[in-house]
Design a protein around this ligand. Structure first.
Ligand SMILES: Nc1ncnc2c1ncn2[C@@H]1O[C@H](COP(=O)(O)OP(=O)(O)OP(=O)(O)O)[C@@H](O)[C@H]1O
Ligand SMILES: [Mg+2]
Length: 244
């Protein structure tokens, strides 16, 4: 049996929840409702990877613009442009809609009907990985890609192809998905090797943010739900909370 090599997430306190970190070469889902910290987690994972572990990373955006992402990261003290200039990071802009010279334009290069979106994007990600020798990949979000399909089989087929391609490159990949509740598990929760769930729950007149590992194949992990803080320092895990 091959030894599991651990990839540190860069989220303070979270690697111990995962008994040392994520498994190298795997693709996992990072899921949660709006504003739960998905993009922040993804950026923190890449920023820390590039800065602390010398692992180049790729952020594939299907939602926010690269400019907006860089500005949001600046509010957290992370200079993404500096990493891009140093060849340690790439942002791939794969949004289906873009502002182009004063008007809004449909980007039809990826989105020409089933099952092309996954194939096109996979090829683009592969060439970008090779360009900077990426070890980490974040896709934000998979939901934008999957919502174009009417047939779940094609989602599963396309997603499986993307996962095999990422695994062949030995990348640790985080695919973000938009999920409101446990009630209906999205396809990616079955296909991918791990699921991390971010949530915010009402606590009196405030909200409490939490993180939880729902699934991590082949890895012993904590089953607790941990309170987290999301502030100008990014995401941090608070004290372990004992669930009764
Ligand atoms: N610099 C900051 N200081 C404090 N809190 C911040 C800062 N930046 C972001 N936040 C908090 O993080 C939230 C957004 O986090 P993020 O964009 O990672 O969520 P998300 O799950 O990706 O949301 P969406 O589903 O809309 O994409 C904000 O609503 C805010 O509460
Ligand atoms: Mg987001």
């Amino acid at each position: 049996m091959d030894e599991i090599i651990k990839v540190r997430t860069g989220i303070p306190g979270f690697d111990s929840v995962l008994a040392g970190g994520l498994s190298q070469g795997k693709t996992i889902s990072l899921s949660g409702p709006p504003g739960s910290g998905k993009t922040t987690f993804g950026m923190q994972f890449l920023y820390s990877g590039a800065k602390d572990f010398d692992e180049p990373g790729i952020f594939v955006t299907l939602s926010q613009s690269p400019v907006e992402l860089k500005n949001d990261c600046r509010s957290l003290g992370w200079d993404i442009q500096k990493l891009i200039d140093a060849g340690l990071m790439l942002i791939i802009d794969a949004r289906p809609f873009k502002r182009k010279e004063g008007f809004i334009a449909l980007d039809e290069s990826f989105y020409q009907g089933e099952p092309l979106p996954f194939m096109h994007l996979t090829q683009l990600i592969l060439s970008s990985i090779k360009k900077i020798g990426a070890k980490r990949v974040v896709l934000d979000s998979l939901t934008v890609l999957t919502m174009q399909y009417v047939n779940n089989f094609y989602i599963r087929q396309g997603l499986q192809g993307l996962v095999y391609a990422l695994e062949d490159q030995h990348c640790m990949s985080v695919l973000i998905s938009e999920v409101d509740s446990y009630e209906k598990s999205p396809i990616e929760w079955y296909v991918l090797s791990g699921v991390i769930l971010l949530s915010h729950i009402r606590k009196e007149y405030s909200m409490e943010r939490t993180i939880q590992v729902l699934k991590m194949r082949g890895l012993k992990h904590s089953e607790q739900i941990f309170p987290i803080k999301l502030n100008e320092m990014g995401i941090q895990i608070m004290y372990p909370k004992m669930m009764s």
